[in-house]
Design a protein around this ligand. Sequence first.
Ligand SMILES: C[S@@+](CC[C@H](N)C(=O)[O-])C[C@H]1O[C@@H](n2cnc3c(N)ncnc32)[C@H](O)[C@@H]1O
Length: 205
Amino acid sequence: MAVSRASTRNLMKKLSSMLTPASLLHSHATSFGFKEVPEEEKGRMVGNVFSSVAANYDLMNDLMSVGLHRLWKDRLVSKLHPFPGMKHLDVAGGTGDIAFRVLESVNNVSSRALHSDELQDETQIYVCDINPNMLSVGKKRALERGLGGNRTLLWVEGDAEALSFGDCSMDGYTIAFGIRNVTHVEKALAEAYRVLKRGWQIPLP
Ligand SMILES: C[S@@+](CC[C@H](N)C(=O)[O-])C[C@H]1O[C@@H](n2cnc3c(N)ncnc32)[C@H](O)[C@@H]1O
């Protein structure tokens, strides 16, 4: 796909505003890149950014991190120790990078383990994201990887702060490059805790 230099610059500007570390959070204003914005505005602003970059998000990620995001994601998933039968929730999952890795890792374990076929059928990996454009790019990528009809990979539009999953329903939870985009981090963390089965850990990249 051809991307002009000007549009690349524009997209990089938009993305870099999202990739800067969050500054102080307080009750009425919240960080959006370098700026403080009213809390009620942040969701819309984040939505606009990711709607406009969705089609080129993966390319931008490669350019801006010089490909390093791939290693960081590999490392995150290796800390998760995915296993056949796992119920995993990747929040702010975007175009599916983490979910694809989790699935690949489950398949690797499965191909080495005896009697893991039945368990493998029970594996469910959810990609949850607030932005439908990011999810549709992800679904397209899944199709390209031959994972389109895969009942293991499930795409869900949803907010990290109010998840639609049951209490103690997940073996694993990841949120990669997503927590800074959430308006109320404490609500997202409370939701992560709620949906995770007790005794499991959240690996941090
Ligand atoms: C920087 S991208 C990360 C995508 C993916 N995790 C990755 O590592 O490539 C951040 C994602 O967070 C999503 N997002 C922002 N706010 C969210 C929220 N409150 N709940 C769920 N997803 C959200 C955006 O739509 C976007 O897809």
